[in-house]
Design a binder for this molecule. Structure first.
Ligand code: PXL
Length: 277
């Protein structure tokens, strides 16, 4: 990959520092050409705002794909985030096949749930389709809630290593080769990332900050994707993305009223520096 080209498929929440408004700047800052396919346009994200607009772009996807096929446009990596409908998940699988280079890296963030609950608008049919898509991915990046839905294992806020091992086994059964499981905390004041590559477990632990903000999952997945495509190993990419996300949360804690997203912009330079080390 001399000058890699990524396609990222997720919604545009016009306001809210999540999905495409996070993925596009972060992956671009990693020095990678970033193409986008918006899955939906919302006036804001759905976590904490009410009365948001939602324009589903599912029906536009096949024609966009066909145009790219006609123009012989191929992507070295495809990274998916929040998808707007079950049908869209099927279209994404078509894009994996039709628009990926021979060694295209497929990264799926099954962005659909957090804190034990599905996001508004998602149902069991969507979860079933997401299970299939995860089976086709090279890397999946769920949090524990998403992993619990994907494996039909009961969500627990407190757990031990055995619970995590069961989740990893369940995710592997879907067909995922590499699993990046975020928000795994085994002790007070700490949290971390499990990197499970072809059955091998490793763990990067870092401080758990007292404040949390919306959109950090998208920041994490975008930074991971950027670092991976820049040639870092999965573990290095997981570490770089975790350290960057922590910096974003710290930057956000300085302002009380910034509840809807994380201030990822001022600390982008730290991500770039980490990539160049
Ligand atoms: O950050 C995930 C996300 C992305 N897009 C939309 C969302 C959410 C989470 O709530 O609502 C529209």
């Amino acid at each position: 990959m001399t000058y890699p080209k990524i396609l990222t498929i997720q919604d545009i929440s016009c306001v809210g520092q999540c999905s495409l408004t996070v993925a596009l700047p972060i992956i671009s800052a990693c020095g990678i050409e970033t193409c986008v396919l918006p899955s939906a346009v919302l006036s804001t994200h759905t976590a904490g705002f009410s009365g948001y607009t939602f324009r589903d772009l599912t029906d536009d996807m096949p024609a966009i794909k066909d145009h790219w096929v006609k123009e012989n446009i191929k992507f070295d990596a495809v990274y998916t985030g929040y998808l707007g409908s079950t049908k869209q998940i099927e279209y994404v699988a078509d894009i994996f096949k039709a628009n990926g280079t021979e060694n295209c890296v497929k990264i799926v963030d099954p962005a659909m749930a957090d804190n034990g609950k599905l996001y508004p608008g998602f149902d069991t049919e969507f979860v079933a389709a997401m299970k299939k898509l995860c089976g086709e991915a090279d890397y999946i990046i769920p949090n524990i809630t998403e992993a619990a839905f994907l494996t039909d294992i009961e969500y627990k806020a407190e757990y031990d290593r055995k619970y995590i091992d069961d989740i990893l086994a369940g995710l592997s059964e879907l067909g995922c080769r590499n699993i990046i499981l975020s928000g795994v905390s085994y002790r007070e004041g700490k949290t971390g990332i499990v990197v499970y590559e072809n059955g091998l477990y490793s763990y990067y632990e870092h401080d758990k900050l007292p404040n949390s903000c919306h959109g950090t999952g998208d920041i994490y997945a975008s930074a991971f994707t950027g670092a991976l495509v820049r040639g870092k190993t999965a573990f290095e990419a997981a570490k770089i993305a975790a350290d960057y996300t922590v910096e974003c949360i710290k930057a956000t804690a300085e302002e009380e009223n910034h509840w809807y997203g994380a201030k990822f912009e001022p600390v982008l330079i730290k991500l770039i520096n980490a990539l160049n080390q």
